[in-house]
Design a protein around this ligand. Structure first.
Ligand SMILES: O=C(O)CCC(=O)C(=O)O
Length: 212
C-alpha cells in the first residue's frame, strides 16, 4: 500500500528539498487553564514532502486491534513506536527530538526520549478523546510534542471529561504543537474523523521517558 500526498499539499520547497528545521523562537503559547498549555509553531519543518514520503514508505507501520464494548475492533490509524535509544526512521526526527529537548530543558527538566508515529490514511482514521496518561502523565506535569506532516487535520482539546470549551488547532504540513503542564491529566485531545477527500497525515509524537 502506498500513501501519497495530494498535489495541493506539496510544500513550497518542492518534493526534492531535504527536510530541515527552523528556529523554535517564534513558538506561541496558549494557556488553556487548570495548569495546561499548548505551544504552536506553524511550518517548523521545511522539506516536509520528502519527510512524508520517507516515513510513509519506510516505517514498519502496524495495524492494531483493541477491545471495545466487548468486541475487538481495528484501531483506525497505523502505528509505529520507537523506544528511547532506538534509531529513528529519519535523521531529522532525531534533530527535532534534540532541538525540543534543548528548547524546553529548563521547563521540562529532562529530555524527550521516545517517538510514537501515527499514519492517518484518510478522513476515516482518527483518535478518540484521551490524555496520554499511561505512566507519569497521569500524576505529573509533562510535555508531548507533535510534529505533523501531510494533510492538515484539526487537533481538538477539551477539559477532561468534556463540558468545557473545545480548543481547535489545525495541524498542517511541517507544523509543531506541544502540549505541556497538566495537559495530559486535566485536558483531553482528539483527532476527529473527517468527511470528504482527506489525504494522508503522519503525526510524530515525542515524549519524555515513562510517558505514553
Ligand atoms: O495525531 C496526533 O497528532 C495526535 C496523536 C495522539 O494524540 C496520540 O497518539 O496519543
Amino acid at each position: 500500500m502506498t500513501y501519497q500526498l495530494q498535489g495541493s499539499l506539496f510544500d513550497a520547497d518542492g518534493p526534492e528539498a531535504e527536510p530541515a528545521l527552523g528556529p523554535l523562537d517564534g513558538i506561541e503559547r496558549t494557556v488553556l487553564g487548570g495548569g495546561a498549555w499548548i505551544d504552536v509553531l506553524p511550518g517548523w519543518l521545511s522539506g516536509a514532502d520528502a519527510l512524508f514520503e520517507r516515513l510513509a514508505g519506510g516505517v514498519p507501520w502496524q495495524a492494531e486491534r483493541r477491545e471495545m464494548y466487548e468486541r475487538v475492533v481495528a484501531v483506525p490509524r497505523l502505528l509505529a513506536y520507537y523506544r528511547e535509544d532506538a534509531e529513528l526512521p529519519d535523521p531529522v526526527l532525531a534533530e527535532a527530538r534534540d532541538a525540543l529537548g534543548a528548547h524546553y530543558r529548563t521547563e521540562l527538566g529532562e529530555p524527550f526520549a521516545t517517538a510514537g508515529l501515527c499514519l492517518y490514511r484518510d478522513g476515516r482514521d482518527s483518535v478518540a478523546w484521551h490524555g496520554d496518561r499511561i505512566g507519569r502523565g497521569d500524576r505529573e506535569d509533562t510535555m508531548v510534542a507533535i510534529l505533523s506532516v501531510g494533510q492538515a487535520r484539526p487537533l481538538l482539546l477539551r477539559p477532561r471529561g468534556g463540558g468545557g470549551p473545545t480548543v481547535r488547532r489545525s495541524l498542517g504540513h511541517g507544523d509543531l504543537l506541544v502540549m505541556g503542564g497538566s495537559c495530559q491529566r486535566t485536558w483531553e485531545h482528539a483527532i476527529p474523523k473527517s468527511a470528504g477527500a482527506v489525504g494522508p497525515r503522519i503525526s510524530v509524537q515525542f515524549r519524555p521517558r515513562g510517558v505514553r
